[in-house]
Every structure is written in C-alpha cells, then in structure tokens.
Design a protein. Structure first.
Length: 393
C-alpha cells in the first residue's frame, strides 16, 4: 500500500452504493482492447454499419439551420419531431413516447418508478445482464420465469408466481444473451396476460429489426398497446454512441417516467436527438436496415459453420434467426468462468453465461457475439475455443 492509499478519505457510502457491482461484460471488454485478442464478448454493433457520412451531413444541416435550438436545453419528453416519428412508426400516441439516453436509462427509470426494496420482479431465464444490473440497484426480489429453446413460457406465469409482481421483463426478439425469438402463439398469450395483469409487461426490443429473413413477428405492443411498456433504441440500427433510446408507455406511467427523468438528467442531449431525426425522417432506415441484416447474417453463418467444424460432441448451440448472439451449452462439469481464464490466455474472449441468470446460474453456458469479427478470425477463435473445451472432456 502506497502513501496515497493511506491518505485516501473514507467516505460513508449509501447502502445502495455498497450494493453496486461491475458489469461482467464491461470487465471482460477491458481485456479485449488488446489487438491480439479475438473477442466474441462484446455485444457491440459492427462499425461498418454506421452511416457516418449521412450523420455528418445531418449535423452540418442542423448546425447551419437551427444551431441555437440544437445546442440549447430542451423538453424532458424529447424532441417533438422525433417523438412524432416514433409514434407514427408504432401507431401509438405521441403522449406515450419518452426519449431516453440509451435504452439502459429506460431500464433505470423503470426501476425507479416500479420497484421497492423486496418487491417481486419477474425476469426470463436467462435474461439481459444490463437489466439485472439496473434493477438490482432498487433491491427487488428477482423471480425467474421458466423458459425453453423458444423463450419464455407464458403458461408458467401462474397466479402464485405473479402475485405481488411489479413488472415482467422480456426480450421477445433475438434475446440477449440467447438469441432466441418468442413464437407468435406465445406472444399472443403474453399480450393477453398483459391486458389483465396488475403489473406492466416490459418489452425490450433493441434487436427486433435485425431479422435475417426479413420476416418480423408482431410486437407485444401492437397486440396490447395500452398495457405494454416498449423499449426501443437507435443503437443497433444507427450507432450506439448517439445514446438515443425511447420508452413507449401508457400515459399514467409515462408521466411518472418523465418526472424520474427530470430528476436524473433533465433531458437527453438535444443535438443527438436532432441528428437521429434528420437521418431517419425520410425513410432511410427502410434501406439501411437490410444492409445491416445481410452483414450480420453472413457473420452468423460463418460462426455456425465454425462451430460445426470445431466443437466436440456434447456442446450444443442455437441457430438464431436474427440479432447478434449465439448461446452455447457445454457439458455440465465445465465452468465457463474458469474456462474464460484459459481462453483469454489463448487470446480468445467470450462471456460466461452465469451472470445472465437472476438466480440458480447455469455455469456451463456461454454467449458468443459474432458481428464485429472477420470470418477468418471467427474460424481461428472458434477453433481455439473448441480445442480448449475438448481438452476438458
């Protein structure tokens, strides 16, 4: 211990602060900054899909035509033309739309207005790590909802399981981490449940546009527009650095979310909201999203082919119809947290599956992301990972 450690102040931290934990993925990403590491860890969209030139042109027009408004404070609810664009796209009322600083802020706001310490929060098995991390700050009692290869099982949402619940959180489209997509009949069942439930069903949908076949299933929002809280984002279809997401919620909940956001950051940056609207207002996404789908479909095919070549018997994985992730199940005796240490030593990174479980973690699972890795590196990385797993059998 050096002298600076001895002189460091000892602050009295809040109970909430003491419960904070670091994201397992963010910690792994620190390692992947080394250029020699083949990283299947980060859920990062591919930079080749960012429409940088179109955004530069949009920025120039905004700063030329409306610099004062673009660089000024603005309404908490968000830039009205962008909210109107979102409302029209989803056939909802503008009064339901709140612009957020990324969809991660949307999760935090929902935690603030819905969760008390010890209240019941229903989540998929497994579920998005960022949601668990955000909701955990408000100390809920997480309850895992049964799932299979097709996703959440609505029939498992019995009155006993849902009693006293404050929310049900789900990702129906190409879920992070599993890549699975909820079938149409289960969507209908979940939407029907939402119409009578005493808690909101949260539909988090950052990957819905990334359907490789171009055949989207209807959103829960479209089936029960006054009962679903829908989270959307421009991170996967434009660029994550803009930090523009949105919540579509019934008006009574929307009002409380606006109040919570006022206390949090006043409003999402005016300039980036205007950039997004300027880029998307004339139908750009209708031509841009298909190019993203094609890039990701080819990367997914390359990884699936490599898994077929190199993975030993006893390892299974899904074949996603869209999104950015593959989910692997290894023989039960293999702990992927320990496997990661050996894998990183061979310059290959992935995300162990355990952190994605609210309770009863499955330690023999892992997530692979394929969208930022060239085909040759996918082959090399999966080959090394397959050999390492084989050595454990």
């Amino acid at each position: 211990m050096d002298q600076s450690d001895l002189n460091a102040p000892t602050w009295q931290l809040s109970e909430r602060a003491l419960k904070l934990t670091s994201s397992a993925i963010r910690e792994i990403l620190k390692v992947t900054e080394r250029p020699e590491v083949i990283s299947f860890a980060g859920g990062l969209p591919s930079p080749v899909t960012f429409p940088a030139e179109r955004m530069r042109e949009a920025s120039d027009r905004i700063l030329r035509d409306t610099p004062g408004a673009a660089l000024q404070y603005s309404a908490t609810e968000g830039y009205l033309p962008l909210r109107e664009w979102i409302a029209a796209r989803f056939s909802v009322r503008v009064s339901q739309v709140l612009i957020t600083t990324g969809s991660q802020q949307a999760l935090d706001l929902l935690g603030k207005v819905l969760i008390d310490e010890g209240s019941r929060a229903l989540v998929e098995t497994p579920t998005y790590l960022g949601a668990l991390q955000s909701f955990s700050l408000y100390a809920p009692d997480f309850v895992q909802v049964a799932a299979d290869e097709a996703g959440l099982i609505p029939a498992s949402l019995t009155p006993e399981l849902t009693a006293g619940a404050r929310l049900l959180y789900a990702q129906p489209n190409f879920q992070n981490p599993t890549g699975r997509r909820l079938p149409l009949e289960r969507r209908r069942a979940l939407a029907e449940l939402a119409k009578t439930a005493s808690f909101p069903v949260i539909e988090d949908d950052p990957y819905g546009a990334l359907d490789y076949a171009g055949e989207p299933l209807p959103t829960l929002l479209s089936m029960a527009p006054d009962h679903i809280v829908y989270l959307g984002s421009f991170s996967k279809v434009l660029a994550p650095g803009l930090r523009i997401g949105y919540i579509i919620a019934p008006e009574d909940l929307h009002f409380k979310l606006v109040q919570a956001k006022q206390a949090s950051d006043l409003h999402t940056p005016s300039f980036t909201q205007r950039i997004v609207h300027e880029v998307v207002k004339d139908g750009f996404l209708d031509t841009h999203i298909p190019t993203i789908r094609e890039v990701y479909r080819k990367q997914c095919d390359a990884m699936l082919a490599a898994l077929e070549r190199y993975m030993p018997e006893g390892v299974t994985w899904n074949r996603p119809e869209g999104g950015m992730f593959l989910w692997l199940n290894l023989p039960a005796h293999i702990d992927t947290m320990k496997l990661l240490e050996e894998s990183i030593a061979q310059n290959v990174a992935f995300v162990p599956g355990a952190p994605f479980f609210a309770n009863e973690a499955q330690h023999n699972t892992l997530r692979l992301s394929f969208v930022t890795v060239p085909d040759a590196k996918i082959d090399e990385g999966v080959s090394k990972l397959g050999a390492l797993i084989r050595s454990k059998l």
